[in-house]
Design a protein around this ligand. Structure first.
Ligand SMILES: C[S@@+](CC[C@H](N)C(=O)[O-])C[C@H]1O[C@@H](n2cnc3c(N)ncnc32)[C@H](O)[C@@H]1O
Length: 240
């Protein structure tokens, strides 16, 4: 179901490419983004990050997740994203072996070449989940992993879609869809994935105690924080 059904903010809605093209230059200033999902990544028990040879980072965006992966010892990172302006930011970080402008549902990456596939904060932009899990299954080696960090549907259902502040100061929403966890589990199971871990983060004491938004994020901070909300993270292992 479209997230717009629950939208209480009623900002203008942009397509994925329009939205992230407009957001790309300031996306990394949303320091709170990393406060949201880096701690979740750190909770994963099953993955020995430092032993991963190759990771496919789907919807890599500016490379924010890629930075975390490199810091945790991943050797080679290949990134894919639909928005050239986001890829430009990722390219500037110099951490990717390869970056491709492509849809994560049909990437140019080689089959069965990755120890792990990561998908960060992108599933809510897909009209269907199955192609994501299918493509991830095509990319991983046998017994490889998929780590998916997503925007928690609690926030969308509470009326807060993916929102950012444009250069004009006006908020904008990026088109999205709401998926319950059961939809993810069903789509993943169809592709042979087995759920190994599920972590959630909503509004908690650590979040409330976070340092206030940096000057870089300026007045847009609270709105963007509210817009992005806290993600959930799932880890699945390919079984066949
Ligand atoms: C919120 S950003 C997340 C970027 C990065 N993973 C992170 O966590 O910071 C969402 C990204 O998903 C990308 N995206 C959305 N739909 C996509 C698709 N079908 N294929 C590839 N990239 C997509 C957008 O272009 C954008 O860069």
């Amino acid at each position: 179901m479209k997230a717009s059904v629950f939208d209480q903010q009623h900002s203008p809605t942009l397509s994925v490419q329009e939205g992230y093209t407009a957001w790309a230059a300031t996306y990394d200033e949303m320091k709170a983004g990393s406060l949201m999902d880096y701690p979740l990544l750190a909770r994963i028990q099953a993955v020995a990050w430092g032993q991963l040879e190759a990771v496919a980072d789907l919807a890599c965006g500016t490379g924010r997740t890629g930075v975390w992966l490199k810091e945790h010892g991943v050797r080679f990172l290949d990134g894919v994203d639909l928005t050239e302006a986001m890829l430009e930011q990722a390219r500037a970080k110099g951490i990717y072996r390869r970056l491709s402008l492509a849809d994560l549902r049909q990437t140019p990456l080689s089959a069965h070449s990755y120890d792990l596939v990561s998908v960060g904060l992108a599933d809510e932009h897909l009209p269907e989940l199955l192609p994501l899990y299918q493509e991830a299954a095509r990319l991983v080696r046998p017994a490889g992993y998929l780590v998916l960090v997503g925007y928690h549907p609690f926030f969308q259902l509470s009326g807060v879609p993916t929102t950012f502040e444009q250069r004009t100061g006006e908020p904008a929403t990026i088109e999205g869809y709401v998926y319950l966890f059961s939809a993810h589990v069903q789509a993943a199971n169809e592709c042979g994935w087995l759920l190994r871990e599920l972590h959630e983060r909503l509004i908690d004491e650590a979040w409330i105690a976070r340092p206030s938004a940096s000057p870089a994020s300026g007045s847009s901070g609270p709105r963007m924080l509210a817009g992005r909300g806290r993600p959930r993270k799932r880890l699945a292992r390919r079984t066949r």
